[in-house]
Design a binder for this molecule. Structure first.
Ligand code: SF4
Length: 567
């Protein structure tokens, strides 16, 4: 439907994705403009700033651990606590433990990278829901239910490298691709600068990086975090309690670990991070998370409690060496989309916010200079390099890669990286994209399963008290999509699924998706992929981990997706 008439909107600066990077960036930009206009005779005119968001409201797609480093928040809004920011607690108690199948060994000291003194346990979506009206009050347009479907390039030509805005998604398109009676075409939003803050594996950012060849030294590598919020009997949860675990249930060759964070109101945040560079195609992060909860230590914590909420999200782990070039003609890339995340400390919110704020300073200078080309916007890189986030990223630049040969060697190598400021034993470590580590079944001497077999034969016996099926968890994520729309999970060649993938990898999409979206079913005497797209919690694992890279995650109709609460 490229020939339909679309509304267009012109703004000066457009942020894509209303996460911490964009909200902090938009607010900082407005602060800079206001301060300048109060003091200078050379005032900037009315500067329009907009933030588009695919979720039904700001915060509904936000999910993170989270233990937050408060520095950027304090810089942005020194009185954020007094203004009622919904933090759960300062970190009050810390535990780092190694889990064996039935016991745990607590580390005698907290490893320095995991020390969280002075940090806050937060729920990212509560924080974003709180921040949104404060941003809006500063004359910044927040536009929820506006998913970006493509970047607009100068002259509306794919040949150009100059970004001039974003086309947003149509509403009211049926699953046959035809307009329904409620059809509303998406709009073209034009901007002098477009700032991509879409989070991990952003769908516009992915295509833009490919188109312009902006990739970093390493491909981006990811992990997926799967988590639940539990309500426990009164008085059992210590707000600010922070526990990190290594070991069980992750096999030695799978990167990751567990976490438990104490929140207010008897809520406990429990989750597992699983590296998306594992070898076994039957690896199932959701199932591993359920095994984590069955560990006697974790099960005892959850005893008598009730699971309230569920969510999953991917985490960009590659750090500095996987950073794309994050500036160019008419665009900047911030937050998770540009690999601003400290994988050693398990922290990205402060980096996302700070990168957004540095982008704002860059754009402010560009507005004064009335230039938005690459030469002008390049100062974003200079600002990042002079900031504390660059120092942090530099010191952990080889952290995730250190675990490429398993956990024990990874702990050893990452231990050497601490005194050598990230250099470790080998200097910069090159790695492949995570899906390239997946081994074929014959290499692992495993057999392909019959369609649907894993559901009956291998699934753990979920008891609906401690452990839950994916579909139950999806229900607790609040996920909804109008089913009468085209699937937003584009499998580019379904023949590969049944003719090659079944035999070579055993259709790993059935395992790595934490929301039971993918099934392979027997139909008309053969196998067929079945895609329950309405379950999708937007984690992007399939786009990342499909071994043939034939799954393209695109934005569904605006407002679809999870409705995260307390996550
Ligand atoms: Fe995540 Fe893909 Fe499953 Fe959606 S379909 S929940 S993006 S793995």
């Amino acid at each position: 439907m490229s020939d339909i008439n679309r509304d267009s909107l012109e703004v000066d600066v457009l942020f894509v994705g209303a996460g911490p990077a964009s909200l902090a960036g938009a607010l900082r930009l407005r602060q800079l403009i206001n301060t300048h206009n109060e003091k200078s005779d050379n005032k900037l005119g009315e500067i329009q700033i907009a933030v588009i968001e695919k979720g039904r409201e700001v915060g509904s797609h936000m999910i993170s651990g989270a233990v937050m480093d408060p520095r950027p928040m304090q810089e942005l809004m020194p009185d954020w606590i007094e203004r009622g920011a919904p933090v759960e607690s300062l970190v009050t108690e810390e535990d780092v433990s190694y889990l064996f199948k039935n016991r745990k060994i607590k580390f005698p000291i907290i490893p320095p990278p995991l020390k969280n003194h002075g940090k806050y346990v937060v729920s990212l979506n509560k924080l974003m829901r709180w921040l949104a009206p404060l941003v809006e009050a500063e004359d910044i347009m927040l536009l929820p239910e506006f998913p970006g479907t493509s970047l607009l390039y100068e002259g509306l030509s794919d040949e150009s490298d100059k970004v001039i805005g974003v086309r947003t998604g149509d509403k009211g398109v049926g699953k046959d691709g035809e307009p329904k009676p409620n059809f509303e075409p998406g709009a073209d939003i034009f901007a002098k600068v477009t700032v991509l803050g879409e989070g991990a594996r952003g769908s516009l950012t992915k295509k833009h990086i490919e188109k312009l060849g902006l990739e970093g030294t390493n491909p981006q590598v990811y992990a997926v975090g799967v988590k639940e919020i539990w309500e426990l009997p009164k008085g059992r949860v210590t707000p600010g309690f922070v526990m990190h675990t290594l070991g069980h249930p992750l096999p030695d060759d799978v990167f990751g670990g567990g976490f438990v964070y104490g929140m207010q109101n008897d809520l406990l945040d429990v989750g597992l991070v699983v590296g998306l560079d594992y070898h076994d195609p039957y690896t199932d992060p959701h199932r591993l998370f359920n095994e984590f909860k069955q560990h006697p230590v974790i099960a005892a914590m959850l005893e008598g409690g009730k699971m309230l909420h569920y969510g999953a999200k991917t985490i960009p782990e590659g750090g500095l060496l996987s950073q794309p070039k994050y500036y160019g003609n008419g665009f900047l890339i911030i937050g998770d989309s540009a690999s601003f995340l400290n994988s050693q400390k398990l922290k990205g919110i402060h980096m996302a916010m700070k990168s957004g704020m540095l982008a704002a300073e860059t754009i402010f200078e560009a507005l004064l200079a009335e230039r938005f080309d690459e030469a002008q916007l390049k100062s974003f890189k200079t600002k990042v390099e002079a900031s504390y986030i660059q120092k942090e990223l530099h010191e952990v630049r080889n952290f995730h890669q250190a675990f490429r040969n398993g956990r024990m060697l990874g702990l050893l190598e990452s231990g050497f990286q601490v005194p050598t400021k990230g250099f470790g034993l080998f200097g910069n470590i090159h790695v492949e994209a995570g899906h390239e580590n997946m081994q074929k079944l014959h290499v692992l001497q495993r057999l392909p399963k019959k369609a649907g077999e894993f559901l009956q034969a291998e699934a753990p016996k979920y008891d609906n008290q401690l452990t839950f099926e994916k579909t139950t968890d999806v229900y607790r994520s609040g996920t909804e999509h109008d089913e009468d729309q085209p699937s937003h999970l584009k499998v580019l060649d379904t023949n590969i699924c049944v003719e090659r993938c079944t035999h070579e990898y055993g259709n790993p999409c059935q395992y790595f998706c934490p929301a039971a979206v993918y099934e392979v079913v027997e139909s008309n005497g053969g196998r067929q992929p079945k895609i329950n797209f309405s379950n999708c919690v937007h984690c992007k694992t399939c786009d990342i981990m499909d071994p043939y890279q034939i799954i393209d995650w695109v934005t569904p109709e605006g407002g679809g997706g999870p409705n995260y609460i307390n996550l």
